[in-house]
Design a protein around this ligand. Sequence first.
Ligand code: ZN
Length: 450
Amino acid sequence: MMFKALAISLTVVPLTQAYMGSNPAARGFQQHAATRNLDALHEPHFRRNVGGVFIATGSPPTSEQTAAQSLDPVYECTPYNYEPILKLEPSYPQEWMTATIQPNDTEAKEAFARINATVAQLLPNDHIHPSYGHLGNWTPAAEAYNWTDPDCWWTWSGCTKPNPALGIPDDLISVPEPNTWGLAFDDGPNCSHNAFYDYLQANELKATMFYIGSNVFNWPFQAMRGLDDGHHICCHTWSHQYMTSFTNEEVFAELWYSRKILQDILNITVSCWRPPYGDVDNRVRLIAKEMNLTTFMWDHDTEDWKVNISGVTPQDIYNNYQNVIDGAGNGTYDDHGTITLTHELTNWTMSTFIHEAPNIMQAFKHVVPLASAFNWTHPYIGSDITYPTFEEFVSKGQSSANSTVNTTKTASESSAPTLKSDKSQTGSAGRTVAIGGLWMIASCLAALVV
Ligand SMILES: [Zn+2]
Protein backbone atom coordinates (compact mmCIF):
# COMPACT_ATOMS: atom_id res chain seq x y z
CA MET A 1 0.00 0.00 0.00
CA MET A 2 1.42 3.32 -1.00
CA PHE A 3 -0.24 5.33 1.69
CA LYS A 4 0.12 3.20 4.73
CA ALA A 5 2.33 5.69 6.53
CA LEU A 6 0.35 8.79 5.90
CA ALA A 7 -1.65 8.70 9.09
CA ILE A 8 1.58 8.50 11.02
CA SER A 9 2.92 11.67 9.55
CA LEU A 10 -0.01 13.59 10.96
CA THR A 11 0.97 12.58 14.45
CA VAL A 12 4.02 14.84 14.46
CA VAL A 13 3.96 16.41 17.86
CA PRO A 14 4.25 20.17 18.04
CA LEU A 15 7.28 21.05 20.09
CA THR A 16 6.77 23.92 22.37
CA GLN A 17 9.99 25.01 23.97
CA ALA A 18 12.45 27.54 22.74
CA TYR A 19 15.31 27.32 25.17
CA MET A 20 15.25 30.09 27.75
CA GLY A 21 18.22 29.22 29.94
CA SER A 22 20.98 31.46 31.23
CA ASN A 23 24.33 29.95 30.28
CA PRO A 24 26.19 31.61 27.39
CA ALA A 25 25.43 28.87 24.93
CA ALA A 26 21.80 28.97 25.76
CA ARG A 27 21.72 32.73 25.43
CA GLY A 28 23.22 32.34 22.02
CA PHE A 29 20.55 29.90 21.09
CA GLN A 30 17.87 32.17 22.46
CA GLN A 31 19.26 35.14 20.59
CA HIS A 32 19.39 33.22 17.36
CA ALA A 33 15.92 31.90 17.95
CA ALA A 34 14.72 35.44 18.32
CA THR A 35 16.14 36.48 15.00
CA ARG A 36 15.06 33.41 13.11
CA ASN A 37 11.90 32.56 15.00
CA LEU A 38 13.11 29.10 15.76
CA ASP A 39 10.23 28.63 18.10
CA ALA A 40 8.00 28.52 15.08
CA LEU A 41 10.22 25.91 13.51
CA HIS A 42 9.10 23.65 16.28
CA GLU A 43 5.66 23.53 14.81
CA PRO A 44 4.89 20.68 12.45
CA HIS A 45 5.65 21.38 8.84
CA PHE A 46 2.18 21.26 7.39
CA ARG A 47 1.69 19.65 4.06
CA ARG A 48 -1.38 19.84 1.98
CA ASN A 49 -2.86 16.43 1.31
CA VAL A 50 0.07 14.66 2.81
CA GLY A 51 -0.61 12.99 6.05
CA GLY A 52 -4.35 13.02 5.67
CA VAL A 53 -6.58 10.14 4.83
CA PHE A 54 -7.95 10.94 1.45
CA ILE A 55 -11.22 9.52 0.28
CA ALA A 56 -11.23 9.18 -3.45
CA THR A 57 -14.44 10.42 -5.00
CA GLY A 58 -13.72 9.49 -8.55
CA SER A 59 -11.23 7.86 -10.81
CA PRO A 60 -7.69 8.90 -9.96
CA PRO A 61 -5.12 10.07 -12.48
CA THR A 62 -3.75 7.17 -14.47
CA SER A 63 -0.84 8.82 -16.24
CA GLU A 64 1.36 11.88 -16.13
CA GLN A 65 -0.86 13.43 -18.76
CA THR A 66 -4.12 12.88 -16.90
CA ALA A 67 -2.51 13.99 -13.65
CA ALA A 68 -1.31 17.21 -15.26
CA GLN A 69 -4.55 18.14 -16.97
CA SER A 70 -6.88 18.76 -14.08
CA LEU A 71 -7.21 21.88 -11.98
CA ASP A 72 -9.56 20.15 -9.57
CA PRO A 73 -7.58 19.49 -6.39
CA VAL A 74 -9.88 16.64 -5.45
CA TYR A 75 -9.05 14.85 -8.65
CA GLU A 76 -5.40 15.90 -8.62
CA CYS A 77 -4.95 14.57 -5.12
CA THR A 78 -6.83 11.32 -5.53
CA PRO A 79 -4.29 8.64 -4.62
CA TYR A 80 -3.33 6.33 -7.42
CA ASN A 81 -1.31 3.22 -7.82
CA TYR A 82 1.60 3.36 -10.21
CA GLU A 83 3.01 -0.05 -10.92
CA PRO A 84 6.69 0.89 -10.79
CA ILE A 85 6.14 2.40 -7.34
CA LEU A 86 4.44 -0.77 -6.13
CA LYS A 87 7.43 -2.77 -7.33
CA LEU A 88 9.86 -0.39 -5.67
CA GLU A 89 8.06 -0.26 -2.35
CA PRO A 90 9.82 -3.25 -0.74
CA SER A 91 13.21 -1.70 -1.37
CA TYR A 92 12.44 1.71 0.12
CA PRO A 93 11.95 3.08 3.62
CA GLN A 94 8.40 3.71 4.71
CA GLU A 95 7.10 7.08 3.57
CA TRP A 96 7.60 9.93 6.03
CA MET A 97 9.53 7.71 8.42
CA THR A 98 13.22 8.16 9.19
CA ALA A 99 15.17 6.48 6.42
CA THR A 100 17.60 3.67 7.15
CA ILE A 101 19.57 1.55 4.73
CA GLN A 102 17.32 -1.24 3.51
CA PRO A 103 18.39 -4.81 4.33
CA ASN A 104 19.20 -5.93 0.81
CA ASP A 105 20.63 -2.67 -0.47
CA THR A 106 24.25 -3.74 -0.78
CA GLU A 107 25.11 -0.77 -2.95
CA ALA A 108 23.93 1.63 -0.25
CA LYS A 109 25.79 -0.33 2.41
CA GLU A 110 29.04 -0.19 0.48
CA ALA A 111 28.65 3.50 -0.25
CA PHE A 112 27.84 4.29 3.34
CA ALA A 113 30.79 2.31 4.65
CA ARG A 114 33.14 4.43 2.57
CA ILE A 115 31.48 7.68 3.55
CA ASN A 116 31.26 6.77 7.21
CA ALA A 117 35.00 6.11 7.25
CA THR A 118 35.60 9.52 5.72
CA VAL A 119 33.44 11.21 8.33
CA ALA A 120 35.26 9.39 11.10
CA GLN A 121 38.58 10.48 9.69
CA LEU A 122 37.79 14.14 9.02
CA LEU A 123 35.37 14.87 11.82
CA PRO A 124 36.35 12.57 14.67
CA ASN A 125 34.89 14.94 17.24
CA ASP A 126 31.74 15.90 15.46
CA HIS A 127 28.55 14.71 16.96
CA ILE A 128 24.83 14.31 16.61
CA HIS A 129 22.60 16.99 18.06
CA PRO A 130 20.57 14.51 19.98
CA SER A 131 17.38 13.85 21.83
CA TYR A 132 14.17 15.09 20.30
CA GLY A 133 15.90 16.90 17.48
CA HIS A 134 14.16 14.88 14.77
CA LEU A 135 11.25 17.20 15.38
CA GLY A 136 13.19 20.31 16.20
CA ASN A 137 13.20 20.40 19.98
CA TRP A 138 16.77 21.49 20.51
CA THR A 139 16.59 22.29 24.20
CA PRO A 140 18.82 19.42 25.37
CA ALA A 141 21.18 19.89 22.47
CA ALA A 142 21.37 23.63 23.15
CA GLU A 143 22.30 22.99 26.75
CA ALA A 144 25.14 20.72 25.74
CA TYR A 145 26.44 22.51 22.69
CA ASN A 146 29.77 24.31 22.54
CA TRP A 147 29.25 28.06 22.41
CA THR A 148 31.96 28.44 19.77
CA ASP A 149 29.89 26.46 17.27
CA PRO A 150 32.63 24.07 16.14
CA ASP A 151 30.19 22.22 13.89
CA CYS A 152 29.07 25.29 11.92
CA TRP A 153 25.53 24.39 12.90
CA TRP A 154 23.16 26.67 11.01
CA THR A 155 20.28 26.15 13.41
CA TRP A 156 22.50 27.40 16.22
CA SER A 157 24.31 30.30 14.64
CA GLY A 158 23.26 30.69 11.03
CA CYS A 159 26.70 29.41 10.02
CA THR A 160 27.03 28.61 6.31
CA LYS A 161 30.83 28.68 5.97
CA PRO A 162 32.66 25.66 7.39
CA ASN A 163 36.27 26.02 8.45
CA PRO A 164 38.16 25.95 5.12
CA ALA A 165 40.66 23.51 6.60
CA LEU A 166 37.97 20.84 6.53
CA GLY A 167 37.60 21.02 2.77
CA ILE A 168 33.82 21.17 3.01
CA PRO A 169 32.30 23.68 0.59
CA ASP A 170 30.37 26.66 1.87
CA ASP A 171 26.63 26.40 1.54
CA LEU A 172 25.27 28.27 -1.46
CA ILE A 173 23.05 31.02 -0.11
CA SER A 174 22.83 33.47 -2.99
CA VAL A 175 23.44 33.58 -6.72
CA PRO A 176 26.42 35.31 -8.33
CA GLU A 177 24.60 37.35 -10.96
CA PRO A 178 23.47 40.87 -9.97
CA ASN A 179 19.81 41.78 -9.73
CA THR A 180 18.84 38.16 -10.14
CA TRP A 181 16.23 36.13 -8.26
CA GLY A 182 17.31 32.49 -8.00
CA LEU A 183 13.95 30.78 -8.19
CA ALA A 184 13.46 27.69 -6.05
CA PHE A 185 10.59 25.97 -4.27
CA ASP A 186 10.75 23.43 -1.47
CA ASP A 187 8.59 20.50 -0.42
CA GLY A 188 7.07 19.37 -3.71
CA PRO A 189 5.77 17.69 -5.60
CA ASN A 190 2.47 18.91 -4.22
CA CYS A 191 -0.35 16.79 -5.60
CA SER A 192 -2.42 19.86 -6.51
CA HIS A 193 0.30 21.93 -8.13
CA ASN A 194 -1.12 22.11 -11.65
CA ALA A 195 -2.40 25.67 -11.47
CA PHE A 196 0.93 26.76 -10.04
CA TYR A 197 2.98 24.89 -12.63
CA ASP A 198 0.68 26.19 -15.38
CA TYR A 199 1.42 29.71 -14.16
CA LEU A 200 5.17 29.09 -14.19
CA GLN A 201 4.93 27.64 -17.66
CA ALA A 202 2.82 30.50 -19.02
CA ASN A 203 5.32 33.02 -17.67
CA GLU A 204 8.38 31.08 -18.80
CA LEU A 205 9.59 30.73 -15.26
CA LYS A 206 11.82 27.76 -14.56
CA ALA A 207 12.62 26.92 -10.97
CA THR A 208 14.76 24.62 -8.94
CA MET A 209 12.41 22.18 -7.23
CA PHE A 210 13.56 20.62 -3.98
CA TYR A 211 11.44 17.47 -3.92
CA ILE A 212 10.81 15.41 -0.80
CA GLY A 213 11.42 11.71 -1.48
CA SER A 214 8.21 10.61 0.20
CA ASN A 215 6.23 13.05 -1.92
CA VAL A 216 7.82 11.70 -5.09
CA PHE A 217 6.96 8.20 -3.92
CA ASN A 218 3.33 9.18 -3.37
CA TRP A 219 2.92 11.50 -6.36
CA PRO A 220 5.22 10.23 -9.12
CA PHE A 221 3.16 11.71 -11.97
CA GLN A 222 3.45 15.14 -10.36
CA ALA A 223 7.22 14.71 -10.11
CA MET A 224 7.33 13.78 -13.80
CA ARG A 225 5.58 17.01 -14.67
CA GLY A 226 8.22 18.97 -12.78
CA LEU A 227 11.03 17.53 -14.86
CA ASP A 228 9.13 17.63 -18.12
CA ASP A 229 8.21 21.27 -17.56
CA GLY A 230 11.94 21.99 -17.60
CA HIS A 231 12.37 22.66 -13.91
CA HIS A 232 15.65 21.83 -12.24
CA ILE A 233 15.21 19.03 -9.72
CA CYS A 234 17.09 18.62 -6.44
CA CYS A 235 16.24 16.52 -3.38
CA HIS A 236 14.95 17.54 0.02
CA THR A 237 15.48 14.34 2.05
CA TRP A 238 13.24 11.33 2.42
CA SER A 239 11.13 12.22 5.45
CA HIS A 240 11.68 15.96 5.91
CA GLN A 241 13.04 15.96 9.44
CA TYR A 242 15.95 17.71 11.13
CA MET A 243 19.08 16.18 9.65
CA THR A 244 21.59 17.03 12.37
CA SER A 245 19.61 14.90 14.80
CA PHE A 246 20.27 11.75 12.79
CA THR A 247 23.05 9.18 12.94
CA ASN A 248 25.49 9.09 10.06
CA GLU A 249 23.59 6.19 8.54
CA GLU A 250 20.26 7.96 8.82
CA VAL A 251 21.66 11.14 7.25
CA PHE A 252 23.05 9.04 4.43
CA ALA A 253 19.82 7.08 3.95
CA GLU A 254 17.66 10.22 3.98
CA LEU A 255 19.74 11.57 1.11
CA TRP A 256 20.25 8.24 -0.64
CA TYR A 257 16.60 7.27 -0.93
CA SER A 258 15.34 10.76 -1.76
CA ARG A 259 17.84 10.78 -4.61
CA LYS A 260 17.17 7.16 -5.56
CA ILE A 261 13.43 7.64 -6.00
CA LEU A 262 14.21 10.40 -8.49
CA GLN A 263 16.55 8.00 -10.29
CA ASP A 264 13.89 5.30 -10.37
CA ILE A 265 10.99 7.54 -11.40
CA LEU A 266 12.61 10.34 -13.41
CA ASN A 267 15.81 8.64 -14.53
CA ILE A 268 17.97 11.46 -13.21
CA THR A 269 20.65 11.58 -10.53
CA VAL A 270 20.36 14.96 -8.86
CA SER A 271 23.42 16.85 -7.67
CA CYS A 272 21.95 19.19 -5.08
CA TRP A 273 19.86 19.19 -1.96
CA ARG A 274 18.48 21.50 0.68
CA PRO A 275 18.23 20.60 4.35
CA PRO A 276 14.70 20.78 5.76
CA TYR A 277 14.39 23.74 8.13
CA GLY A 278 17.97 24.62 7.13
CA ASP A 279 19.20 22.21 9.76
CA VAL A 280 22.72 21.39 8.63
CA ASP A 281 26.17 21.15 10.19
CA ASN A 282 29.59 19.98 9.08
CA ARG A 283 28.87 16.28 9.56
CA VAL A 284 25.73 16.46 7.44
CA ARG A 285 27.46 18.68 4.88
CA LEU A 286 30.34 16.21 4.59
CA ILE A 287 28.04 13.24 4.01
CA ALA A 288 26.19 15.23 1.34
CA LYS A 289 29.47 16.27 -0.25
CA GLU A 290 30.65 12.67 -0.39
CA MET A 291 27.42 11.87 -2.22
CA ASN A 292 28.12 14.64 -4.74
CA LEU A 293 25.26 16.73 -3.42
CA THR A 294 25.72 20.49 -3.25
CA THR A 295 24.06 22.10 -0.25
CA PHE A 296 21.73 25.00 -1.04
CA MET A 297 20.49 27.36 1.63
CA TRP A 298 19.06 30.86 1.20
CA ASP A 299 19.71 34.47 2.07
CA HIS A 300 16.07 35.41 2.64
CA ASP A 301 13.12 33.47 3.96
CA THR A 302 9.62 34.52 2.97
CA GLU A 303 8.41 32.34 5.84
CA ASP A 304 5.47 31.46 3.62
CA TRP A 305 5.43 27.98 5.16
CA LYS A 306 4.44 29.24 8.58
CA VAL A 307 1.58 31.53 7.74
CA ASN A 308 -1.03 31.30 10.48
CA ILE A 309 1.47 29.53 12.72
CA SER A 310 2.72 31.25 15.87
CA GLY A 311 0.89 34.43 15.02
CA VAL A 312 2.42 34.89 11.58
CA THR A 313 -0.14 36.60 9.35
CA PRO A 314 -0.50 36.68 5.58
CA GLN A 315 0.50 40.34 5.69
CA ASP A 316 3.76 39.34 7.40
CA ILE A 317 4.53 37.10 4.44
CA TYR A 318 3.67 39.79 1.91
CA ASN A 319 5.99 42.13 3.81
CA ASN A 320 8.76 39.55 3.70
CA TYR A 321 8.42 39.30 -0.05
CA GLN A 322 8.34 43.07 -0.34
CA ASN A 323 11.53 43.45 1.68
CA VAL A 324 13.41 41.33 -0.84
CA ILE A 325 11.76 43.09 -3.76
CA ASP A 326 12.71 46.47 -2.29
CA GLY A 327 16.31 45.26 -2.17
CA ALA A 328 16.36 45.22 -5.94
CA GLY A 329 15.74 48.94 -5.94
CA ASN A 330 18.08 50.04 -3.21
CA GLY A 331 21.36 48.56 -4.38
CA THR A 332 21.32 45.44 -2.26
CA TYR A 333 21.61 43.29 -5.36
CA ASP A 334 23.99 45.38 -7.40
CA ASP A 335 26.73 42.74 -7.07
CA HIS A 336 24.85 39.49 -6.54
CA GLY A 337 21.40 37.99 -6.55
CA THR A 338 19.11 36.38 -4.01
CA ILE A 339 18.03 32.88 -3.21
CA THR A 340 14.79 33.49 -1.38
CA LEU A 341 13.07 30.59 0.34
CA THR A 342 9.62 29.85 -1.06
CA HIS A 343 7.50 26.71 -0.99
CA GLU A 344 5.39 24.43 -3.13
CA LEU A 345 3.67 23.43 0.06
CA THR A 346 0.06 24.59 0.12
CA ASN A 347 -2.34 26.38 -2.14
CA TRP A 348 -1.60 29.47 -0.09
CA THR A 349 2.16 29.40 -0.58
CA MET A 350 1.79 28.72 -4.29
CA SER A 351 -0.91 31.36 -4.76
CA THR A 352 1.12 33.89 -2.82
CA PHE A 353 4.07 33.42 -5.14
CA ILE A 354 1.77 33.91 -8.12
CA HIS A 355 0.54 37.09 -6.48
CA GLU A 356 4.09 38.37 -5.90
CA ALA A 357 5.67 37.17 -9.14
CA PRO A 358 4.80 40.23 -11.27
CA ASN A 359 6.48 42.46 -8.71
CA ILE A 360 9.50 40.17 -8.58
CA MET A 361 9.85 40.09 -12.35
CA GLN A 362 9.51 43.85 -12.53
CA ALA A 363 12.01 44.58 -9.77
CA PHE A 364 14.65 41.99 -10.64
CA LYS A 365 16.37 41.93 -13.96
CA HIS A 366 16.38 38.15 -14.13
CA VAL A 367 14.49 35.28 -12.54
CA VAL A 368 16.36 32.04 -13.14
CA PRO A 369 16.57 28.48 -11.82
CA LEU A 370 19.62 27.73 -9.69
CA ALA A 371 21.17 25.47 -12.32
CA SER A 372 21.38 28.36 -14.76
CA ALA A 373 22.33 30.83 -12.03
CA PHE A 374 25.46 28.75 -11.43
CA ASN A 375 25.98 27.73 -15.07
CA TRP A 376 25.42 24.08 -14.31
CA THR A 377 24.95 22.89 -17.85
CA HIS A 378 24.78 19.24 -16.74
CA PRO A 379 22.83 19.33 -13.49
CA TYR A 380 22.20 15.59 -13.38
CA ILE A 381 25.11 13.28 -12.72
CA GLY A 382 25.91 10.96 -15.58
CA SER A 383 23.13 12.34 -17.73
CA ASP A 384 23.25 14.11 -21.06
CA ILE A 385 20.35 16.32 -20.08
CA THR A 386 21.67 19.82 -20.48
CA TYR A 387 20.58 23.11 -19.03
CA PRO A 388 21.16 26.61 -20.39
CA THR A 389 23.91 28.74 -18.96
CA PHE A 390 22.88 31.94 -17.29
CA GLU A 391 23.53 33.92 -20.45
CA GLU A 392 21.68 31.43 -22.60
CA PHE A 393 18.75 31.38 -20.21
CA VAL A 394 18.34 35.12 -19.95
CA SER A 395 18.92 35.74 -23.65
CA LYS A 396 16.78 32.94 -24.99
CA GLY A 397 14.98 31.17 -22.23
CA GLN A 398 12.62 34.00 -21.45
CA SER A 399 12.23 35.40 -24.94
CA SER A 400 9.39 33.27 -26.18
CA ALA A 401 5.82 33.51 -25.06
CA ASN A 402 5.27 29.89 -25.88
CA SER A 403 7.57 28.02 -23.61
CA THR A 404 7.07 24.35 -24.11
CA VAL A 405 8.66 21.21 -22.94
CA ASN A 406 8.62 18.19 -25.11
CA THR A 407 9.75 14.72 -24.34
CA THR A 408 10.65 12.03 -26.74
CA LYS A 409 11.02 8.34 -26.22
CA THR A 410 14.10 8.02 -28.32
CA ALA A 411 16.51 5.66 -26.69
CA SER A 412 20.10 6.68 -26.57
CA GLU A 413 23.31 5.77 -24.89
CA SER A 414 25.59 7.87 -22.81
CA SER A 415 29.06 7.57 -21.46
CA ALA A 416 29.64 6.58 -17.90
CA PRO A 417 29.60 9.30 -15.26
CA THR A 418 32.91 10.90 -14.53
CA LEU A 419 32.31 11.79 -10.91
CA LYS A 420 32.99 9.42 -8.07
CA SER A 421 31.16 6.50 -9.50
CA ASP A 422 31.21 3.25 -7.66
CA LYS A 423 28.54 1.64 -9.75
CA SER A 424 26.23 2.73 -12.45
CA GLN A 425 23.20 1.51 -14.22
CA THR A 426 22.06 2.77 -17.54
CA GLY A 427 18.64 3.86 -18.57
CA SER A 428 17.28 4.56 -21.97
CA ALA A 429 14.68 7.28 -21.81
CA GLY A 430 15.73 9.93 -24.29
CA ARG A 431 14.60 13.45 -23.66
CA THR A 432 14.31 16.60 -25.66
CA VAL A 433 13.67 19.65 -23.60
CA ALA A 434 12.81 23.09 -24.81
CA ILE A 435 12.99 26.12 -22.61
CA GLY A 436 11.62 29.04 -24.54
CA GLY A 437 13.44 29.19 -27.83
CA LEU A 438 16.35 27.18 -26.56
CA TRP A 439 16.36 23.55 -27.42
CA MET A 440 18.30 21.11 -25.42
CA ILE A 441 18.63 17.67 -26.82
CA ALA A 442 19.55 15.14 -24.28
CA SER A 443 19.38 11.57 -23.29
CA CYS A 444 18.95 10.29 -19.81
CA LEU A 445 21.36 8.01 -18.14
CA ALA A 446 20.47 7.00 -14.68
CA ALA A 447 23.67 6.61 -12.77
CA LEU A 448 23.86 5.47 -9.22
CA VAL A 449 26.77 7.52 -8.07
CA VAL A 450 28.11 7.95 -4.61
ZN1 ZN B 1 11.02 21.78 3.43
